[in-house]
Design a protein around this ligand. Structure first.
Ligand code: AN7
Length: 351
């Protein structure tokens, strides 16, 4: 059977209204990549898999929820969708809206969106509005305007986004034959952790696949769920999760508690070190936020808070490294320039 996208494959398990009209870019079906080199580097003795969500059509996991939310909006007769975004939601909303023939409007925090995301939103034809404020300000504004005008909100407050994102948990269980022992993932606005937990619970009820313990990871400068209060001016190199008031914060805490997991914070240095390690040891290049789940795992192992022996661990890498080229370019030494002849090349390579 050819692959026809997530609503085709898992639609019967998703709580979507009958009027839903599928809009798909054949999202999902992402690889669960064994990461033996990284597992060994972290001490070994456990199975580590990376669910590489950066391989979705617009380069992030947001496409799972967006196929559901835009399909519902189209079926309902919506003409315009809107979202606030740190970048990935914007690009995804813009792509799916265009495919559905809808207009998209995206609000982004000024100057804090990675180049590949902003370029994507523009390429897919969104009306992009920069807010002189944070993601949290932008989210408040899109909630207000969609309450007042016939514009469909496609942030993860929209329940169909969560329905679509549950499919990642289904895929992991289908591939492994059961849920992993631990699931590690970054947490920003907390839609994804909410969706994974709902998805694993649903699959366990249907197929007895078991439940993972969930390790949610925030950036230390944007860690409201660890601190226990909103963060007024969140700051982190991982701009995707530069969020101070997560819309689904309560549900994230519930997922951590019910799964006997936890939510922790890691520093920007830990995030960037893990981004580099994953690329160099495994050939998997992810954007900084996407390395947070693995950075959290490394942090917990190093601190002795977590004993991975014999465990099966899955880390969710939410977005592709190509989304944020600047973070690499800023830190690199400029490649050498060599005269266009063999002797010059030998002189630099064979010293
Ligand atoms: C790569 O695009 O919030 O906890 O507006 O882009 O479900 O918010 C992005 C979030 C993790 C956090 N990794 O997921 C947006 C946005 C990447 C992300 C998250 C985001 P949630």
């Amino acid at each position: 059977m050819p692959y026809r996208g997530l609503l085709d494959r898992y639609g019967s398990l998703l709580n979507l209204p009958a009027h839903t009209r599928p809009v798909t870019l054949l999202e999902g079906n992402t690889p669960l990549i064994p990461a033996e080199n990284l597992s060994r580097h972290l001490g070994g003795g456990f199975d580590l898999f990376v669910k590489f969500e950066g391989l979705n059509p617009t380069g992030s996991f947001k496409d799972r929820g967006m196929t559901a939310a835009v399909s519902e909006a189209l079926g309902r007769g919506a003409k315009t969708v809107i979202c606030a975004s740190t970048g990935n939601t914007a690009a995804s909303a813009a792509a799916y809206a265009s495919r559905a023939g809808l207009k998209s409007i995206v609000l982004i925090p000024q100057g804090k969106v990675a180049a590949g995301k902003l370029a994507g939103a523009i390429a897919y034809g969104a009306q992009v509005v920069q807010i002189d404020g944070s993601f949290d300000d932008a989210l408040t504004m899109v909630v207000q305007i969609s309450d007042k005008h016939p514009i469909c909100l496609v942030n993860s407050i929209n329940p169909y986004r969560i329905e679509g994102q549950k499919t990642a948990a289904f895929e992991i269980c289908d591939t492994l034959g059961r849920a992993p022992d631990w699931l590690c993932l970054p947490v920003g606005n907390a839609g994804n952790i909410t969706a994974y937990w709902a998805g694993f619970k649903q699959y366990d009820e249907l197929n007895a696949t078991g439940l993972p313990q969930i390790l949610g990871v925030q950036a230390a400068g944007a860690a409201p769920l660890v601190l226990g209060h909103p963060v007024e001016n969140p700051e982190t190199v991982a701009t995707a999760i530069r969020i101070g008031k997560p819309a689904r914060g309560e549900q994230a805490l519930e997922a951590a508690e019910q799964s006997k997991g936890r939510i922790i914070a890691v520093s920007d240095d830990e995030i960037l070190s893990m981004q580099a390690l994953l690329a160099r040891l495994e050939g998997i290049w992810v954007e900084p936020a996407s390395a947070a789940g693995l950075a959290g795992l490394a942090h917990e192992i190093a601190a002795g808070n977590f004993h991975p022996a014999g465990k099966r661990i899955t880390a969710i890498c939410t977005g592709h490294g190509l989304k944020d080229p600047d973070i690499i370019i800023k830190g690199m030494t400029k490649p050498q320039i060599v005269a266009p002849n063999l002797a010059a090349l030998e002189a630099v390579l064979l010293v």
